[in-house]
Design a protein around this ligand. Sequence first.
Ligand code: NDP
Ligand code: 8X3
Length: 258
Amino acid sequence: MSQSAFITGATSGIGYATATVLASRGYRLGSAARNSEKLEAVKQELEMKFNSEVYTYVLDVRDAEAIKQVAAQAVQDMGVPDVLVNNAGLARGLESYEETDEADIIQMVDTNIKGLCLVTHAFLPGMVKRNTGHIINLGSTAGLYAYKGAAVYCATKAAVKTFSDGIRIDTIDTDIKVTTIQPGIVHTPFSEVRFHGDKKRADAVYEGVDALHPEDIADVIAFVLDRPLRVQISDIVIMADQQATGFMVSKTPRVPHK
Ligand code: NDP
Ligand code: 8X3
């Protein structure tokens, strides 16, 4: 039987690129996100392109009960997933903390930390029982280097890294692997979500920077998954060439190579 992967946030950006790369490699997929139309579109595309088996789950990872129901359904549909990609996540706003909207704080914490922990909690017992599984958690360079206006987002991504380290310890006696992927600037709808749909402001973030593509991250995830059993990649940091720390990017025009 082919390998299976359950991916949260599989309808956009890094999650969509990861679903595409894994489908192209013959994985059976469980795709979860909130928007059912986008889920259906991704399913149809991947089934058409790769003849993939794709199950879709409308899920808001902030909803603890819904996670339990979806995980139970996914296990019924495709078995305990070989791979769990905890990708759903977001930033909201870029104001100083004292000006940050309370609803934005709650949404970031509930999605990026609570949701990720509970989705893992729903699938991990099955992986432990089988003694195998690979959990890939999307952290960020923001979890390593705080930056202005992003105290909460950065804290949530630091939590992802620490949580991953913790469950790696808890599963040390099993063949379960845990990897934190920590990308820098990736050109996706991420900034549009951050700026509450302000596309002009979002576009400005990527202007003059050769940002990473979501496929760059998906390729790294595929590489991590392809390692032999003895190899566990715990953390990977991937920045754009024009990036030095979390949010520090150079917009100086590139000088041609001599
Ligand atoms: P996108 O906005 O392109 O995609 C986010 C995905 O998450 C969408 O499929 C969205 O679907 C889903 N999602 C958001 N909230 C929820 C929720 N409550 N429940 C279920 N699904 C949800 O962002 P990216 O692809 O850029 O980001 C993916 C991950 O990578 C995030 O965790 C982000 O923090 C991280 N990351 C991004 C970087 C970047 O520069 N873009 C860099 C480093 C890390 P829907 O809205 O339908 O639910
Ligand atoms: C997203 C990367 O640098 O835009 O996690 O915060 S950054």
